[in-house]
Design a protein around this ligand. Sequence first.
Ligand code: NDP
Length: 294
Amino acid sequence: MSADIIDGKAFAEGLRARIAEAVPTFVSAKGRKPGLAVVLVGEDPASQVYVRSKGKATVAAGMESFEHKLPDTTTQEELIALVERLNADECVDGILVQLPLPKGVDDKAVIAAIDPAKDVDGFHIANAGKLAVGEEALVPCTPLGCLMLLKDRLGDLSGLDAVVVGRSNIVGKPMAQLLLQENCTVTVAHSRTRDLPGAVRRADIVVAAVGRPEMIRGDWLKPGATVIDVGINRIPAKEAGKTRLVGDVEFASARDVAGAITPVPGGVGPMTIAVLLRNTLVAAHARAGLPPPA
Ligand code: NDP
């Protein structure tokens, strides 16, 4: 048996197209485009690439992109002052502060300064709390993207056994909350879990968000399981001096056992930016008192 490949790239393209179609409704109601402000502090090359692609995708969806690039000497007070200006700016519906922040700047304090109604990353404690108690919230983009792929593949998730490997605030924990809301029986595994292969073997749904290359092997999986691989790990390629990307799941062996699996790259990765655009449009509608976009 060879697993179906879940094409996150194609799903994300479809989602972005649906967002672009919905934007004109907001524009005609409010006389302006939905706006996303992205703040980048310092010169981290990976962050620069992410910010550039977020800006491009925002403009391609017909929204306004406001990029704020600050030097790595920026103090916490200066950064919070910028966030407060963006909170007060009527043309800004979403604010994203690209992490990681330079040493000496407390990311918790900066995230806490963001207006929860504009917190399109869903990292503010108010949104995390709302998600936990099942209220309408802005939900972190990566786990929400994973849930979209799972529902597209499986339909109703009710009653399924799910294991989330990883318990970070940006992926693992919100992923577990979302699956619980869908009435899955959820196990959250982490570095202290005693029998990880055993926990994975019971699961109909496996979400891997660990950051360890190819750690989860095919022989850990329940036959037919749906596997969502969030991991993005760069490892040396066979060719000297080259590198390649792999997930947290050993794709070659998992493919023989799983029912469906996301590849790396081309699985979860493209969903993150698409959901960021979706969150920005949702935030814009909510702030404008409009019904949520279709
Ligand atoms: P973190 O490092 O914040 O969290 C990793 C989690 O994995 C922790 O909860 C840790 O447990 C757990 N863990 C570590 N080692 C083991 C182990 N041996 N067995 C079981 N659990 C273990 O990572 P993130 O959540 O931020 O990211 C996870 C992965 O997802 C990374 O590869 C990252 O690059 C990728 N990612 C991809 C995104 C995308 O757009 N596709 C977006 C965000 C992340 P403990 O809590 O006990 O330390």
